[in-house]
Design a protein around this ligand. Structure first.
Ligand code: GCU
Length: 685
């Protein structure tokens, strides 16, 4: 029964009445590559398996030119042209792009490269699995070249902020011998256009670089390569002084020291011996206790370029994280963690090598339920940029709450930063289009584990699916993506699609309402778990996720005129909008302004009453999820039905805990009663 979860959206479930379509489906598969390790070969097998499983039709697979009127031909455009001659019009393809035509007698699936051919194959199979046999002919190109996942796996097998068991690839300090699950994961990722996986935690461990582990990385790369998925790794900045077994041990990790440069050049060479197509390095430096170049008074750019130069001859790239900040003191009214990225990175724009990409979390703080787009996207036009999204729900219910994240991500991707008063959508910044860069893209923190659902819950896999689909095409609609995923993962029954759509689309607004609305951020435990309500931990800590709530007022003043100045990090049109309380949207009010609890919102309600009302409304919505889910009994398999029902019942209960904890906390601190007389009542009083 584990197959249900492991196959995720690639189940190829039999379609009712599938036999009826046999004459319109291909009878032969031509996959134009003879090597079983090639993505085109894999595409051929995938087509055979999919058509057999969905429609019950058996096809033969050929690996060179084969003439049959009823066939599907998959390969690179070049190989196809050699075998079959040119197409009447040559499709306009970039790396990883594909051409798919089901018009005429032969289905053509042609990639710019092998990986593109596999992507086109999955696009075709997605249509077939949804019972869609309409005639199409189109080319599809990725929005950005970098479409990676980051996995925060530790070498001991644990996973930081992972909620689905242990690592699939590390245990006891080394890479495991059985990598079956790794191959299965690569297959899933390929089907949504992901082209690399950074396999270890950003809080990295130097012992990843032992010769034994480098050999292990080679094995991981070998099982993922047939799916067009490359390996990347996170580096520990001070590895040269960490006594890595089998490597030289230095007395310095200064990025400008010649011995350090030689060390990294050497180790990088060793890695490329084992992994000739290694994607690159991910680096978290001088952040949250991680070592970095600042120790030696070198800039972050000098630190990033150290790796860029080592990787450059091999074609690898450095994803250098912008998540750098120092601990601050709340008693300083002008202190603001949100300003840190701008302070660190803006002055360095233009100093990063061309194979460095600055990887920027979507908001200026840390994966909160609502944040404004990071202003860094507008402030480093000379640097390549990527957006970091979090698929694992660290602050957002940790897979115990259903929260469909695509609508949240879209608020950032579609946000117009108005650089130079011109359209500057975040998605056009990270695609490279806005500032003319050829590198850029997406990093999604996924943290899959050994759990049979991969990520911790069946429904949470919609977030991984949506992540891949948006990295390929960020203009896709959240609900459209969701429904595609529902039909593939469960079935196309209209009531199944409608019910799951309603629950999912209402889930992020509901979670925002019962956790922390008005731009207050997720009022969760900041100190350790990041789970469950704990509003008192926000303030009086060094973490800088402050609310500055006292008896009469609440919110962070981030204005230029009177606060931390953060609003001024945006280009003028956006800065003006956030500077002024009248033009700041209600959902970010407390992110930018410090106001009285009795301040009137645009909605006409007071801040405190809206707090109460939205927490009650959010929790009330979460109650309906469980009931709606119950209507699916018998319409999907029992295994997944009961598994998710358990979670929906939990979410219903926990949303009440959230509602009461937050409402009571602000009721106590403000002393302002709830106009509807719900808050502050004790059942035994
Ligand atoms: C968050 C998260 C950490 C993680 C960090 C990061 O703060 O809680 O576990 O290491 O982000 O992204 O580096």
């Amino acid at each position: 029964a584990a197959e249900n979860g492991l196959a995720a959206w690639l189940r190829y479930a039999p379609l009712q009445g599938g036999e009826g379509y046999h004459s319109t489906l291909p009878s032969h598969i031509v996959a134009l590559n003879t090597s079983s390790a090639s993505p085109v070969y894999v595409a051929g097998q995938e087509l055979q398996q999919g058509i057999q499983s969905i429609y019950g039709k058996q096809c033969n697979v050929h690996h060179s030119y084969y003439s049959a009127s009823s066939s599907v031909v998959v390969g690179t455009l070049d190989e196809y042209t050699k075998a079959y001659g040119s197409l009447s019009t040559t499709p306009d393809l970039i790396e990883d792009g594909y051409w798919l035509s089901t018009e005429g007698n032969t289905v053509q699936i042609l990639g710019k490269n092998e990986r593109g051919a596999l992507y086109g194959t999955f696009a075709y199979l997605s249509m077939l699995a949804q019972g869609n046999l309409t005639k199409v002919a189109y080319s599809s190109n990725p929005n950005a070249p970098v479409r990676w996942t980051n996995e925060w796996d530790n070498l001991d097998g644990s996973i930081e902020r992972g909620f689905a068991g242990n690592s699939n690839w590390f245990a006891n300090g080394v890479i495991v011998s059985n990598l079956t699950r790794t191959a299965e994961y690569a297959r899933l990722l390929a089907s949504i256009g992901i082209n690399a996986v950074v396999v270890n935690n950003v809080n990295a461990n130097a012992s990843l670089l032992t010769p034994q582990n480098i050999e292990g990385l080679g094995r991981i790369a070998d099982v993922m390569r047939p799916y067009g998925v490359q390996v990347g790794i996170s580096l520990y900045f001070s590895s040269p002084t960490s006594g890595v077994k089998g490597q030289a041990n230095l007395t310095t990790f200064d990025p400008l020291d010649e011995s350090v440069v030689a060390w990294w050049t050497n180790v990088t060479g060793q890695i490329y011996q084992q992994v000739p197509d290694m994607a690159g390095y991910l680096v978290k430096a001088n952040s949250e206790g991680q070592p970095g170049p600042l120790t030696y008074n070198r800039t972050l750019a000098q630190g990033a370029n150290l790796f860029a130069k080592a990787l450059q001859p091999h074609g690898g790239i450095v994803m250098f994280r912008a998540f750098v900040y120092n601990n601050l003191n709340e008693s300083d009214w002008y202190a603001d963690r949100a300003n840190a990225q701008i302070q660190f990175f803006k002055p360095l724009d233009g100093e990063f090598d061309s194979n460095v990409i600055i990887q920027i979390k979507y908001g200026p703080i840390d994966f909160q339920v609502r944040e404004p787009a990071s202003p860094l996207f507008a402030n480093i036009p000379k640097s390549n940029a990527a957006i970091e999204l979090q698929v694992t729900q660290e602050y957002l219910g940790q897979q115990c709450h259903l929260v469909y994240l695509a609508p949240l991500w879209k608020t950032i991707l579609d946000f117009d930063l108005r650089v130079d008063n011109e359209s500057s959508l975040v998605r056009n910044v990270v695609s490279g289009q806005r500032f003319n860069h050829s590198l850029g893209g997406y990093a999604g923190v996924v943290n899959v584990g050994t759990n049979d659902t991969w990520i911790g819950s069946h429904m949470a896999m919609s977030n991984l699916y949506a992540y891949g689909r948006l990295a390929w095409d960020p203009t896709l609609d959240s609900q459209y993506i969701l429904q595609e995923w529902i039909r593939l993962t469960f079935n196309a029954d209209q009531s199944v699609v409608n019910t799951m759509t309603q629950i999912s689309m209402e889930s992020w607004p509901a979670y925002e309402n019962y956790s922390g609305n008005l731009g207050e951020q997720t009022l969760t435990d900041i100190l350790y778990t990041h789970f469950g309500p704990n509003p008192q931990t926000q303030d009086n800590t060094v973490w800088g996720q402050w609310t500055r709530a006292d008896h009469t007022t609440i919110g962070m003043d981030r204005t230029v005129s009177n606060g931390t100045g953060f609003a001024g990090n945006y280009p003028p049109e956006i800065a003006a909008m956030y500077e002024n309380i009248a033009t700041t949207p209600d959902n970010l009010l407390l992110w930018f302004h410090h106001v009285n609890y009795t301040h009137l919102l645009h909605s006409g309600e007071t801040v405190i009453q809206d707090f109460y009302d939205q927490h009650y409304a959010g929790a009330a919505t979460a109650q309906t999820f469980a009931t709606m889910w119950e209507s699916l009994k018998g319409k999907i398999d029992d295994e997944r039905y009961y598994d998710q029902l358990f979670r929906q019942v939990y979410q219903a209960g926990h949303s009440l805990v959230w509602r009461d904890a937050i409402s009571n906390f602000y009721n106590n601190i403000s002393g302002i009663p709830d106009a509807a007389h719900r808050v502050g009542k004790h059942p035994y009083r």
